[in-house]
Design a protein. Structure first.
Length: 309
């Protein structure tokens, strides 16, 4: 057993009494763990953006195969690796390089840590990066994690269908209808989708634009002045220089971009996240941008309505 098990033997060796989550370190080599599936992420240019490999323990697999749910204390770890490629005897081959990031979710059927912002909706949520793998860096699961897991809310928030070869038929199947025809796989937004053919700005109702923002952007961006998230707050964005919000750590690319945010520049950015400002930090996180013109219009409308102080 892991030496850390003394911390909280009644629940999880990876969780202390305050709900702080530590990263499992022996999941690649210990016989307790099993690789349950992998994802290859390809961006719009067809370049690969890396490999996501997911692991859990054998007891969790057995429990899920029998009951179709994750047991209390179940740990799922997703290791994100970059990629390398070359011509091998099988053809043009891409393979996983060094790990960059680890996402960890720990099942909590009890609601043990109601005041800890990394616990809720039945799970503890954590993030670790290669720069310092011992340091948990997520701040609030609602802004850092949950938005992207909404399409699988009815599967206990996990993309179980990717693991059916190991977890069995109870892991379910992918339903294409979950995304609204756009390629980023996020939940569709019925309110915005029912806007009909109207393109007249005066007819655009604020509720629909708020809903569009909530479903596409709010998982990473606050709409409050001073609000925190994986990305900078978008309150007061219009008129602001790119990469200039104090207190947020931007990429060098965003800081040195010669862009002032206007409805026009924002539209161009959302259409082509990578091409508009190469190497900005949103490229790997939100590669598809927003390809639907009506959705972009709604989102921009909402951002324009936000106060700057
Ligand atoms: C940019 C969207 C996005 C964000 C942000 C995100 N996830 Fe995920 N996550 C996904 C997708 C999509 C998958 C499955 C496919 C893949 O890996 O591309 C996934 C898979 C996982 C898995 C493997 C189990 C499963 O559901 O398939 C874990 C564990 C996980 N995420 C935890 C987290 C945690 C913890 C956070 C916050 C710290 C987080 N995720 C933030 C999109 C996201
Ligand atoms: C999965 C996370 C994620 C999602 C979803 C996301 N962004 Fe971002 N965004 C970021 C990150 C991280 C940055 C910081 C980029 C940098 O420093 O290079 C950023 C930066 C930005 C910036 C530059 C802000 C500034 O202060 O210069 C804008 C504008 C922006 N995002 C708009 C949006 C909009 C609009 C949406 C929804 C359609 C969205 N983003 C969705 C993560 C995300």
């Amino acid at each position: 057993m892991n030496a850390a098990s003394a911390q909280r033997p009644d629940f999880s060796p990876f969780v202390d009494g305050q709900g702080n989550i530590s990263r499992p370190t022996d999941f690649l080599t210990s016989p307790e763990w099993v690789h349950i599936g992998g994802w290859a992420v390809v961006n719009e240019d067809g370049d690969d953006n890396g490999f996501h490999n997911v692991y859990t323990t054998h007891d969790v697999v057995a429990h899920f195969r029998q009951n179709g749910v994750f047991p209390d204390g179940a740990v799922l770890i997703k290791e994100v690796r970059g990629s390398t490629n070359g011509q091998l005897t099988t053809g043009s081959v891409h393979w996983a390089a060094e790990p960059a990031v680890w996402f960890v979710s720990i099942k909590d059927t009890v609601g043990r840590f109601p005041n800890n912002p990394l616990w809720g909706d039945g799970w503890g949520w954590a993030l670790f990066a290669a720069a310092d793998p011992s340091k948990q860096i997520a701040k609030d699961y609602k802004s850092d994690c949950l938005g992207c897991h909404v399409p699988v809310k009815n599967r206990d928030w996990m993309y179980t269908y990717g693991y059916s070869a190991v977890l069995g038929s109870k892991a379910g199947a992918y339903e294409v209808a979950m995304s609204s025809g756009e390629v980023d796989g996020r939940g569709s937004d019925p309110e915005a989708a029912s806007m009909g053919g109207s393109t007249d700005a005066t007819e655009i109702d604020l509720a629909a634009s708020k809903a569009a923002f909530s479903s596409r952007c709010a998982s990473c961006h606050s709409d409050k002045v001073g609000g925190k998230g994986l990305g900078p707050s978008l309150a007061g964005l219009i008129g602001r220089r790119a990469g200039s919000l104090e207190g947020y750590r931007y990429s060098d690319a965003m800081k040195s971009a010669d862009v002032v945010w206007t409805p026009e520049s924002l539209d161009a950015y959302l259409l082509d996240i990578k091409g508009f400002i190469p190497n900005n930090k949103m490229v790997p996180l939100f590669p598809a941008g927003v390809q639907d013109a009506k959705q972009r219009k709604l989102i921009i409308q909402y951002i324009q309505s936000l106060p700057s102080e």
